[in-house]
Ligand binder design. Structure first.
Ligand code: ADP
Ligand code: G3P
Length: 503
């Protein structure tokens, strides 16, 4: 076992994989919790139809191998010096594959994909909303995996299901890493809409409702614990895989949010505000979902389950990518900050980032994105600024929902994720929230959380508190005095105009 500050020559490293929506990364951490090697590869996004989004599972697997090998090479270590591997992934995105050939039957359907909205509407109309919420903590939406699995199985009705395996991205990569272990963890399983939040097992009623055969689903295991070892032919060593978590839960873990009152907000492709609720399932009356934070087997041989409340906002950093790649208003995501600062206000422009419908607190699969308030004097800078402001307004609405669900209002927001680099966004966020926004030196909290979990699970590190306490604050954005909250009301008016847009 290592205490912090005590490096050892053999088994001195933890490898962590963060397989996100926009790209896949691997980091190597030493016993001090410092990064000694890393690699990243952007992932191709396939948009076969408006509102649809797919990823190539083979590319995810190949890029996973490449980032692992490159990070290890950059760290100048031998793979046999790695004590454990932690895996964290984009959640809900899922696929089915042939277990004999190892080939996916179709590209993975990504969490943002809206193709199953009609089936979700049908379930709502049939009155399943309360039962599904009660069993899973989730609100019926195309976001979650169950209807995506149904769509995939409907497309391949002639295949022999005895040869088919199903899973989210963690399961697919684990199966490939280990040469055939078919498992997932409770945090990822809780996002499928097939796991019962109370029993933490696949829910037979829901399997029946969605017509998903239990035998094609992975075994659900504790998030912290041994899942298997990497196939020795991959890296030249059998590395124990000792943690699997959904990426938002990994960030929660990395921030040290392990009890009620602690929460974080990640600004990646979407924004996800997640609050730990201890060992209790807390039900929100304000359109937040209840989910598993992470699980671990205890010494009594039973399961310790941590739960969370979550506000999922589907589109945030993704609109910055859109400004860059489609509208070509900026060359880099970072440029959005300078552009927003070039104008004194939004010029009356408001943006609704409903590219994939709207998540919390609206849960409207039919909403679509829009700019409002365009006049002849509007410049590109106003559009960019309006997009950044919208990202902050979405988070404000979710914080309001959290405050409405709790007797103690949120007093400080801890942030991470790609878009938290943006100083304009973070300052504007603090201004509209009226509370400080805290950014740590290490922004990649997701991958750090996966490393912490894997290292703690295998006894590489002993103290979770010591690991999270060494994370230094880089900057605190204090709220300004002239908070333009009337603009927030106008933005909410804009949001209402986009609801139920798609028939
Ligand atoms: N300086 C920046 N300002 C605003 N957005 C940014 C900035 N840098 C990165 N982003 C956005 O952050 C996202 C990538 O963040 P990341 O946490 O890696 O996301 P994910 O895990 O969803 O792949 C992209 O959508 C990108 O547009
Ligand atoms: O890939 P990220 O970091 O945007 O996270 C995606 C979420 O897990 C979707 O629920």
């Amino acid at each position: 076992m290592h205490t912090l500050g005590n490096t050892t020559p053999s088994l001195g490293y933890i490898l962590a994989l963060d397989l996100g929506t926009t790209g896949n990364r691997a980091f190597v951490f030493n016993a001090d919790g410092k990064i000694v090697g890393q690699a990243y590869k952007e992932l191709t996004q396939y948009y076969p139809q408006p509102g649809w989004l797919e990823h190539d599972p083979q590319q995810i697997w190949q890029d996973t191998c490449w980032v692992m090998q490159t990070a290890i090479r950059n760290a100048h270590i031998v793979p046999s010096a790695i004590a454990a591997l932690g895996l964290t992934v984009q959640r809900e995105t899922c696929l089915i594959w042939d277990k004999t050939t190892g080939k996916p039957l179709h590209r993975a359907i990504v969490w943002q994909d809206r193709r199953t909205a009609p089936l979700c509407h049908q379930l709502q109309e049939q009155g399943y909303a309360n039962e599904i919420y009660d069993r899973t903590g989730l609100i019926i939406d195309a976001y979650f995996s169950a209807t995506k699995f149904r769509w995939l199985l409907d497309k391949f009705t002639d295949v022999d299901l005895n040869n088919v395996l199903a899973g989210t991205i963690d399961t697919w990569v684990l199966w490939n890493l280990t040469g055939g272990i078919h498992a997932t963890d409770h945090s990822n399983a809780s996002r499928t809409m097939l796991m019962n939040l109370k029993t933490c097992e696949w829910d037979e009623n829901l399997l029946e409702l969605f017509q998903i055969p239990a035998h094609i689903l992975p075994q659900i295991q504790p998030s912290l614990g041994v899942f298997g070892v990497t196939d020795a032919t991959l890296l030249g060593a059998e590395i124990p895989i000792t943690a699997i978590l959904g990426d938002q839960q990994a960030a929660l873990f990395g921030h040290g949010c392990d009890r009620p009152g602690l929460m974080k907000c990640t600004y990646g492709t979407g924004s996800f505000l997640v609050a730990h609720t201890g060992d209790q399932i807390v039900r929100s009356h304000h359109q937040l979902i209840s989910t598993v934070a992470w699980t671990q087997a205890n010494l009594r041989g039973t399961l310790d389950v941590g739960y969370a409340l979550e506000g999922s906002m589907f589109t945030s950093g993704a609109c910055i990518q859109w400004l860059r790649d489609r509208l070509k208003l900026i060359k880099t995501a970072a440029e959005s900050e300078a552009m927003a600062n070039q104008v004194k206000d939004n010029g009356g422009v408001y943006f609704v980032p409903a590219f994939s419908g709207l998540g919390a607190p609206y849960w409207d699969m039919s909403a679509r994105g829009a700019f409002f308030g365009i006049t002849a004097s509007v410049q590109p800078e106003h559009l960019v600024r309006a997009v950044l402001e919208a990202i902050a307004y979405q988070v404000l609405e979710v914080v309001q929902a959290i405050n409405a669900s709790s007797s103690t209002p949120v007093g400080r927001l801890t942030v991470d994720g790609g878009a938290c680099e943006n100083n304009f966004l973070m300052q504007f966020q603090a201004d509209v929230l009226g509370i400080p926004v805290e950014r740590k030196v290490m922004r990649d909290t997701t991958v750090q959380g996966a490393a912490f979990a894997a290292g703690l699970a295998v006894g590489f590190w002993q103290s979770y508190e010591a690991l999270v306490q060494q994370r230094q604050i880089e900057r605190v954005f204090e709220p300004g005095s002239d908070t333009p909250l009337s603009n927030f009301a106008t933005w909410q008016k804009a949001v209402k105009r986009t609801l139920a847009w798609e028939e």
